[in-house]
Design a protein around this ligand. Sequence first.
Ligand SMILES: Nc1ncnc2c1ncn2[C@@H]1O[C@H](COP(=O)(O)OP(=O)(O)OP(=O)(O)O)[C@@H](O)[C@H]1O
Length: 303
Amino acid sequence: MLRLDGVSKTYKVGALARKDLHAVRDVSFELRPGEVVSLIGESGSGKSTIGRMILRLTRATSGTITFDGTDIATLRRGSLKEYYRAAQGVFQDPFSTFNPVFKADRVLTMIRQVYFPGTGDVEWRGRVDDALSAVSLNPDQVLDKYPHQLSGGQLQRLLIARALLLDIRLLVADEVISMLDASTRIDVLNLLADLKERGLAVLFITHDLSLGNYLADRTVILRRGSVVECGATSAVFGDPVHPYTRTLLASVPRLGIRWSDEDLDPGPCRYHAVHPGGGPPLAEVGDDHLVACFAGNDERECV
Ligand SMILES: Nc1ncnc2c1ncn2[C@@H]1O[C@H](COP(=O)(O)OP(=O)(O)OP(=O)(O)O)[C@@H](O)[C@H]1O
């Protein structure tokens, strides 16, 4: 359904935009219907840039992103609108998406104006009720309210309901739960799991490994813009090969186990230590398990 092939993004930065910042380098992965893929990496690793490119909020510098076989870079007005009917994003800070001056349900009304101008009031209200019920929101509690009258979790669910009004097939969920408290997090995570059951594909962008593990069928580990390891979540989490993935896993606090510097030592890997801007290509190390590391590739030595 969604496919990234050798996608890179270079930002022009610095005085007179003369420096290149390689935010994303040669990233390839696929997202199938009804599948949750976690995109995991530390801050600045390029996760949001990938989400934004998928949503055509910024253009890829090179490589292609295809949706149902069509290169999204070629989409123009009508076809782009149709793309957004199928693919939507929800982002980290729900408060910043809402204009405090307007009632929160304006985000739903705007969808009606753009995508359903001919729909009558009764039919529209039915659609809104269905979308709200899919995200476990009570219309009486959220409609006609200002953003400050709603919690972060309610606003985040309202944004997911907005996406559902469009019958989307792909949701890019970029750090959607990082700003929510623990109990609301579980609600939104379970909601994403429900959406998956309904056949939606979800790209779950997070820096939090435990959240990625909870939801995802497949996992992509990103470091400094490059994919260092990817594959079935059970393989990536159960048998991590790249020193960076191991470091990430070792840095998750575990009950009764004391953190020590040794835990976080990635081991002797030149690629991990310096990352000269290319690194080895992804190589298969198991069933649905790829790693970009000499350590995982028997023919090359990790020094
Ligand atoms: N519009 C932009 N112009 C210039 N540089 C940018 C722009 N957007 C992002 N970057 C840079 O690109 C790199 C990747 O940023 P990105 O936001 O994609 O990372 P991230 O993994 O999502 O990080 P975070 O989790 O902190 O949001 C960073 O070095 C960032 O500073």
